[in-house]
Design a protein around this ligand. Structure first.
Ligand SMILES: [Zn+2]
Length: 130
């Protein structure tokens, strides 16, 4: 994609809170259940770093895993995946296609129609009501 956003570390640090920076730019993970949650109204979840629309309210579901969970991104091209073998685990990491913000991980235990669980850090997301 040609419209990638690249900023220096200092620019991200200035724009983001410490926790947003730690999670999105340093592949951190927020503590399970630490995010206060999002409104239930119709709307779009956007990247906290660049504002790209990432997930829709109607693909969000209650997985009880301690993080916001979705079964599909808003569009296939808005997120990218990579292998993450940190912490001795083999996981699929998911990040914003536009600015490479780390969002969370994908697990194969989600509901249909995808069977996937996009397990996303709440601090990596903003919510825009429709
Ligand atoms: Zn982004």
């Amino acid at each position: 994609m040609s419209d990638k956003i690249t900023k220096t570390d200092a620019e991200w640090r200035e724009q983001l809170t410490d926790e947003q920076y730690r999670v999105t730019r340093q592949h951190g993970t927020e503590r399970a259940g630490s995010h206060p949650g999002f409104p239930k109204e119709a709307g779009t979840f956007t990247c906290v770093c660049c504002g790209a629309p990432l997930f829709e309210q109607d693909t969000k579901y209650e997985s009880h895993c301690g993080w916001p969970s979705f079964y599909a991104p808003k569009a296939k091209e808005v997120v990218e995946m990579s292998r993450d073998e940190s912490h001795g685990m083999q996981r699929i990491e998911v990040h914003c296609a536009k600015c490479e913000a780390h969002l969370g991980h994908i697990f194969p235990d989600g509901p249909q129609p995808t069977g996937l669980r996009y397990c996303i850090n709440g601090v990596a997301l903003d919510f825009q009501p429709d």
